[in-house]
Write a protein that binds this ligand. Structure first.
Ligand code: FES
Length: 107
């Protein structure tokens, strides 16, 4: 089970063990971690699951789709070079220890 650390905008962190295949967004929403909303339930259609992936992990993630790339143009908080949509990142064993930072706002 990959361990994911979610760090909210105030710097408080929450560590969760996610089942493989579960997305980073699902892990947050199902466990009541605030800062990731996931309004479209993972359809890559809302951008309320925007997150910043810790730089050390960025290169280990699958490339983003064209659709994710487009949705990231419409985030409530600033888009950065490490911005991703957390509903498009599935937890895998190689991701064990990943750190996800939440933006200031999602809407
Ligand atoms: S949950 Fe809507 S884009 Fe990720």
């Amino acid at each position: 089970m990959p361990t994911v650390t979610y760090v909210d905008f105030q710097g408080q962190s929450t560590e969760l063990d996610l089942a493989e295949g579960m997305t980073i967004m699902q892990g947050a929403v199902m466990n009541g971690v605030e800062g990731i909303e996931g309004e479209c339930s993972g359809s890559c259609a809302c951008a309320t699951c925007h997150c910043y992936v810790d730089d050390a992990w960025l290169a280990k993630l699958p490339e983003m789709s064209e659709n994710e790339e487009e949705m990231l143009e419409d985030t409530a908080s600033e888009r950065k070079t490490n911005s991703r949509l957390s509903c498009q990142i599935k937890a895998t064993a190689t991701m064990n220890g990943i750190v996800i930072h939440m933006p200031e706002e999602q809407e």
